[in-house]
Design a protein. Sequence first.
Length: 253
Amino acid sequence: MDHDPWPSAPELPSPVIMDQRWTDAVFLHWRIPDAVAAAFMPPGVAPDNFDGSAWVGLIGFRMEGAGLGRGPAIPYFGNFTEINVRLYSREPDGTRGVVFLSLDATRLAVVLAARAAGIPYVWSRSGFRGARAGSGAVGPGPAGRAGRSAGYWVQRFRSGPRTDFAVAPEPDVEASDPLSLHLTARFGLHTRFQGRTLYVPNTHQPWPLYRAQLTHCEDQLVAAAGIHVEGPPESVIFSPGVRTQFGRPRFLE
């Protein structure tokens, strides 16, 4: 069966401002109406739809080895779990990105720094559950590193919204269909900063993507972000992870 090729990552503008690895990534996605997504888009970008619908994602991963520029990882602060709710955006020239509605993380200093840059991080209790990448629970190679399970949980402070979801990866079934690529081949984010729309580019190798079976999902974060979904996610994907770098941001005119 033929699949769409992974799109080439755009050239990253210098200088590199951050380097990090995203590990044990779980992607859950639901269809939503275009008008719902449009209400959250910063000025100058529109929802980037697929199959006639906008999509909202609930994504969890483990941040590892994050550091400034091309320098070494920052001890302690460079390693944490992140669970985000996101939408998909497109500029008039076709540049694609993501729009984050929330990003829950365990490191307060990281949260404060990101919020100062206009990125809606939330300081929360959160964690990873499952067989960690590199455990060899399934077999050799990247697919084997997927392990037998992967999941994330968040409990915001003061009895705020929570989430708890888990998947069972299928390491023999690659997720290389057009929808999976549309939802994961993203090389930047759009956000508001000082009253203007900012684009922060990144680059990385193609995600190694695998189908996964949803084993558990009790989520309140998507609703807390202002979006209503019903039923199980239509798309469930797992990746052992990629290393990524972020480049110089630019404002949209």
